[in-house]
Design a binder for this molecule. Structure first.
Ligand code: SF4
Ligand code: SF4
Length: 128
């Protein structure tokens, strides 16, 4: 098992932090069900996305917040923090048994995202 560093540019998400960091404790990457099995990055999504303008979502954001002593210390030292990643996109070449992602880094994107399906794992590569 391994856990990639997450870079995220979805600045509409409550978990987003300037510097393209994700403050969630854990994210889950899924196939976008409307698209069926993923064939390209746009068919994947970050299920942990919470739109920052949605009323009540702050509670959900805090519930899944990566806030703790070690994280605070990491911040003070300028160390990059990253969420645990589970992934269900089992036709991606980085996918591993147990819903792990073996990529070193992943990039989550979604300009002006308003819902989870507007987000993508840009690192997705179809298995050959
Ligand atoms: S969209 Fe996903 S990866 Fe990006 S900040 Fe939100 S929870 Fe984190
Ligand atoms: S790179 Fe592939 S395995 Fe890793 S999170 Fe993205 S879709 Fe899942």
């Amino acid at each position: 098992m391994s856990n990639p560093m997450v870079k995220c540019s979805v600045d509409q998400c409550t978990h987003y932090m300037p510097g393209d960091q994700c403050m969630a404790a854990k994210i889950s990457v899924y196939n976008d069900e409307a698209q069926g099995t993923s064939a390209k990055p746009q068919d994947t999504l970050c299920k942990a996305f919470h739109h920052r303008k949605t009323v009540g979502d702050m509670i959900g954001a805090f519930h899944n917040a990566n806030i703790g002593g070690s994280v605070t210390a990491a911040f003070m030292e300028g160390t990059q923090i990253t969420p645990a990643v589970e992934c269900f996109v089992n036709n991606c070449k980085f996918w591993d048994n147990g819903n792990y992602c073996n990529a070193e880094h992943i990039h989550v994107a979604g300009p002006n995202a308003a819902k989870t399906s507007d987000t993508d794992c840009e690192t997705f590569q179809s298995q050959k």
